[in-house]
Design a protein around this ligand. Sequence first.
Ligand code: ADP
Ligand code: MG
Length: 330
Amino acid sequence: MGEFDLIDRYFKRKATGSAQVVLGVGDDCALLAPAAGQQLAISSDMLVEGRHFMPDADPSGLGHKALAVNLSDLAAMGASPLAFTLALALPPERAADPAWLEAFSSGLLALAGTHGCPLVGGDTTAGPLTLSITVLGLVPPGEALRRSGAQLGDDVWVSGTLGQARLALGALRQEWRLPPDVLHAARQRLERPTPRLALGVALRGVASSAIDVSDGLLGDLQHILQASGVGARIDAQAVLETAATGASGQGAGSIPQDRLLATTLAGGDDYELLFTAAAAQRDKVLRAAATSGTPASRIGHIEAGSALRLQRPDGSELDPRQYLGFDHFA
Ligand code: ADP
Ligand code: MG
């Protein structure tokens, strides 16, 4: 199959449901007509085989995840999805594997459909398997949730549950074992993350800053602290409770406390939203969580200075440096 047949067969769809797409896949450019007065939010994320996923990764999950991590960036800005492009490098054996391509494109386009975010263009070339997506979103002027908005005294919140993706990764790498039901739930989080788009939109005008947790809770919190010029105190017990109430709740008891602490504080790939909001906004945060169907937990507060302080369950302080997350070039 040639390049153009491959694009037609697996990636060209009628951009249904989006009046804002004037022209999708097939011409030299896509044409979009975003709603008047909105700001465009743009983000790219790349997944490389061997680096971000294993060669035997389930192709449908891969399609899902490649888009999900991009949509998560929109969620973290409070933007709603408009459209996306896909730049794809395919090794010859993948380009000649219809079952793989079909599964990949279904996983990708199913999530796109769920969020009304059509694929409007891209590029396809031979090369080591690399998936690069650029997503476009819309946000009303002045309402984007930036990393730089955290204020003294704000609460620090996180959505959903943390650490499960890292628990699954550790089990797959045979660093540890997990009970089958815990592993199943955790793998879902690793392979099919849920972008918290509805929560992000609901937090417009409520949160003072936000980021999505891709590299680890404390590492990503550091980005907010640096951008905002503030410090924070985080309650490790409150963070642990986000793991204990997760889908792995029943099985969490079988995981040693120090591992649970490390995976919740430092584990990447959760794609939850980490955000700050003034204490006066607590009711509104909880309402945003309820209307978006995404729980949110208060895990600490913003302090003066620039230090990140971590309080142990027993109240003593814990050195946060060991939990500062993943650096791609370290
Ligand atoms: P050009 O040579 O003008 O860059 P291409 O031949 O690369 O165009 O692509 C033809 C059409 O197919 C364009 O509309 C492009 O956006 C689209 N396209 C190419 N690869 C992909 C892909 N992986 N997913 C979606 N659309 C794609
Ligand atoms: Mg091209």
